[in-house]
Design a protein around this ligand. Structure first.
Ligand code: ZN
Length: 315
């Protein structure tokens, strides 16, 4: 998913330039001070996970708009005119960075000349970042290490304080509460993974999103991309992964909410033909949260859902 990025970036240059022209026309036409009519700070975030942190820490003092809803792939996301307006009217823009929003980088750079635009991964210790397979860039899926994600929440808190110092005490208090919840979640995920026998702590998914999860919680992560170098998933890949599953005694693989289930269904069918029963252990949320109003529609709920699904299927 990350390897074609260079080529894609060049191909998308032209539309990006058009958007920049549009952006230049828009600038200054939004809410002048970046506040809502009832005086709340307008915040626009790219992914749901980042928007959720801003909502938790900002509380009633902020109005948060998130660009990417359930099931949206941030690697491929392109900002529409409506999205540009949402960025334009905000006082603060938060994004993931580390090239997560590969097609939005030019727009975000342009926005940064007009207002506060913050990559929430900006202050993460570099020695805790993982490399991205087949490239020199960092893996952007940092939210799966809950303890590391605390630094993203701290960036959100510190930015809110800097932009709205009159309400510093409230941001600190709400930030403390949220950081405590993240600590509890981190401990919860760790405990649930320990329920799985050590030999079976293997997470098999279609996409390369779970590297930080594996590193933080002692789970070996196997993505199809790590096993096959071919773009198309073929019979040889099925048998290679099937042999691996049989050898390790792994009985469940996982599908992701923002990707088609096809490739994982092929693994299950391939294994069954060879007499090894593998089931789809459930659906994990990877690059987007669930529907608003559900448990999985929050960062805490999404991570908890993933940990529960993995533990129940593999223990
Ligand atoms: Zn991803």
């Amino acid at each position: 998913m990350h390897t074609n990025k260079k080529r894609m970036r060049i191909r998308l240059m032209l539309p990006a330039l058009l958007l920049m022209a549009l952006l230049a026309g828009c600038s200054g036409s939004g809410s002048a001070q970046g506040t809502s009519e009832d005086g709340r700070v307008l915040v626009t975030a790219t992914t749901g996970m980042i928007g959720d942190a801003a909502r938790e820490i900002g509380g009633d003092l902020v109005e948060v708009t998130t660009l990417m809803g359930p099931g949206v792939d941030p690697h491929l996301f392109k900002a529409s005119q409506g999205d540009i307006r949402k960025l334009d009217r905000a006082k603060i823009v938060f994004y993931g960075g580390l090239h997560l929003e590969g097609n939005m980088e030019r727009i975000l750079e342009k926005m940064a000349q007009q207002k506060t635009v913050v990559a929430v991964t900006e202050n993460m210790p570099k020695d805790r970042l993982l490399g991205s397979e087949g490239s020199e860039e960092y893996d952007p899926h940092v939210w799966f290490d809950v303890n590391l994600w605390k630094t993203a929440a701290e960036s959100v808190r510190d930015t809110l304080i800097a932009e709205d110092p009159a309400n510093e005490a409230a941001y600190r208090e709400q930030g403390e509460r949220y950081l405590r919840e993240l600590e509890e979640l981190d401990a919860y995920v760790r405990e649930r993974m320990l329920e799985i026998p050590e030999k079976g702590r293997v997470l098999v998914t279609a996409h390369d999103a779970f590297g930080y999860f594996g590193q933080a919680y002692g789970v070996e992560v196997v993505g199809l991309q790590g096993i096959s170098t071919a773009a198309e998933f073929g019979a040889r890949d099925v048998s290679a992964l099937r042999d691996y599953l049989v050898e390790r005694g792994i009985q469940a693989v996982f599908v992701e909410s923002s990707l088609p289930a096809r490739s994982m269904e092929a693994i299950v069918a391939g294994a069954a033909r060879q007499g090894h029963e593998v089931v789809i252990g459930g659906e994990l949320f990877s690059d987007a949260m669930g529907e608003p109003g559900t448990q999985e529609g929050t960062y805490l709920g999404m991570i908890r859902h993933n940990a529960d699904t993995i533990a129940e299927a593999l223990k």
